[in-house]
Design a protein around this ligand. Structure first.
Ligand code: ZN
Length: 425
């Protein structure tokens, strides 16, 4: 309403003395929440849009909730998650003191076009006075606002990193200066890793904060801050969340929060994992994993993770984000950016694809080399049950799209009922 009455409302609403914004393709919500929690634990009164929207209207609502009737701001600091595509409508008015970009990678192409397009709008919209907090392992976003003050973070080479790009998607294959093919010192996923150009000498930036060691056994990460190593409690085991945690540490130390306060805050922060759920039914492991359909890197990560698990597997997938063929988009290009090749493994014995576009998934799986006899299609949840094999000792994985919670619940119930039937209970 405020934006309707006054389109440049964001310019006039009073902001806290310090404004921090968090943007990027992956991890911005987790990072925003962790920074807000940590600052609150350290005694700051924080204004945050954690429960609201991250586009202009959400930012307006959040800032408005922070002022009195006479436009006096009641907070010292704001931590705002900003949608990448809304940059031009937000940054010219909100003018952050610190802008954090977690990473930029290919997202849904029908919404975000291309990461270099997103880079361009963020780069144009941010003021020259903003201090940038950037990921040195991402050769794309690390180049944002190249003349601004900046602090970089990175994770040192880890044992499971690879030396050649292995995903279908790599948004940074050639040098932006001289167009030579880039070489990777190591690749973590997609284009995330350390890059060098053999011709002009372009390199990933030197990081100011580096994770040197990840100790999953004792749940600790060792961070080098330019002067010394310090151990921090590990908030989550996944590499994506270790990046998020490192981003939080980098910002808080740059902002001047005491190290002991940061450790205390991180020890009490928790990341809710609604994306992974494992249960045992009559001796069968049923594992559910949420994937963001339409977003190739997100699906590839899930496929890579599942294919790397030990033991025989049976997969039930619903990756369509809609259940009827009227609202289903015909734009299927993301499927060809997704590494279905990870599913071409002998221990993945059966794949049942559910949804109105099940046959498109079948075609994609065949192109990935998966044996035709191992794939079954069903347009409906009910029709899926007949294709379940449920051989003893095989884990059942259900992979579902974020927008298919209701269909997922029906699939899970049907799988559990069928297991009970097979087990004679
Ligand atoms: Zn070059």
């Amino acid at each position: 309403m405020a934006l309707k009455i006054c389109p440049d409302f964001l310019k006039y609403v009073k902001k806290p003395k310090t404004v921090v914004t968090v943007t990027g393709t992956n991890g911005k919500t987790t990072t925003t929440n962790m920074i807000t929690d940590a600052l609150e634990i350290s005694g700051y009164k924080v204004l945050s849009n954690r429960l609201g929207g991250n586009i202009a209207s959400g930012i307006a609502t959040c800032l408005m909730s922070g002022v009195s009737l006479f436009n006096r701001c009641r907070y010292a600091i704001a931590v705002l998650e900003v949608d990448e595509r809304s940059s031009l409508r937000i940054y010219p008015y909100v003018r952050p003191d610190y802008a954090i970009c977690t990473n930029l990678a290919r997202d849904s192409c029908r919404r975000n076009a291309h990461p270099h397009y997103i880079f361009d709008i963020i780069d144009r919209a941010l003021p020259d006075s903003t201090t940038m907090i950037l990921n040195a392992d991402d050769i794309i976003s690390s180049a944002l606002k190249k003349d601004n003050d900046r602090v970089y973070f990175a994770i040192d080479r880890q044992p499971d990193d690879r030396s050649e790009p292995f995903n279908i998607i790599n948004d940074m294959r050639i040098c932006p200066n001289c167009q030579e093919t880039l070489e990777y010192e190591y690749v973590r996923y997609n284009h995330i890793g350390a890059v060098r150009c053999p011709k002009c000498g372009l390199r990933s930036p030197e990081a100011d904060f580096r994770v040197k060691n990840i100790d999953r056994e004792n749940a600790l990460i060792t961070v080098w801050d330019g002067e010394k190593d310090s151990d921090y409690p590990m908030v989550s085991e996944s590499i994506f969340n270790i990046y998020n945690e490192l981003t939080v540490i980098t910002f808080l130390k740059t902002f001047g929060v005491e190290e002991e306060s940061i450790k205390k805050a991180l020890a009490s922060v928790s990341i809710v994992s609604s994306r992974f759920h494992s249960e045992t039914v009559c001796g069968y492991n049923v594992i559910s994993t949420m994937a963001k359909g339409w977003i190739a890197p997100a699906c590839s990560v899930v496929f890579d993770f599942i294919s790397g698990l030990p033991g025989k597997k049976e997969l039930v997938m619903i990756l369509e984000d809609t259940e009827d063929n009227i609202t289903s988009s015909e734009n299927l290009c993301y499927m060809y950016d997704t590494d279905f090749e990870f599913l071409n493994k002998p221990d993945i014995e059966n794949i049942v694809v559910v949804g109105v576009r099940a046959k498109d998934f079948l075609l994609r799986l065949l192109l990935a080399g998966v044996d035709r006899g191992r794939v079954h299609c069903s347009e409906t949840v009910e029709g899926m049950i007949q294709y379940l094999k449920l051989s003893r000792g095989t884990d059942v994985h259900i992979i579902y799209d974020l927008h298919q919670m209701e269909a997922y619940a029906r699939i899970r119930n049907a799988v559990i009922d069928r297991i009970k039937e097979v087990a004679g209970e």
